[in-house]
Design a protein around this ligand. Structure first.
Ligand SMILES: [Zn+2]
Length: 89
């Protein structure tokens, strides 16, 4: 039943998990390449990445004054999951 075009959920989970580190440039070049490859073929994760970078730039401004709120990361994650569920319906 599954479309061959859709990446395995496992790959998405891995990309999702490393997305924050990817944005932070905290990954090895191998990991970066792997995520970039996944973002290239997975629109869902690519959207998450775009969203993440947008929020990052916003957070960077907001955090100029105060420490970065950990809750924001959690909210980000749930948003990502929501768009994922939305995509699957
Ligand atoms: Zn994906």
């Amino acid at each position: 039943m599954e479309s061959a075009v859709v990446e395995p959920t496992q790959a998405c989970r891995e990309a999702e998990r490393k997305l924050q580190d990817y944005v932070d440039r905290c990954l090895t070049s191998v990991e970066i390449t792997r995520i970039e490859e996944h973002l290239a073929v997975c629109e869902r994760c690519a959207n998450c990445y775009r969203f993440e970078t947008q929020v990052r730039s916003y957070v960077r401004e907001a955090c100029a004054a105060e420490p970065c709120p950990e809750t924001l990361k959690v909210r980000l994650r749930s948003l990502c999951v929501e768009c994922e569920a939305d995509d699957r319906s």
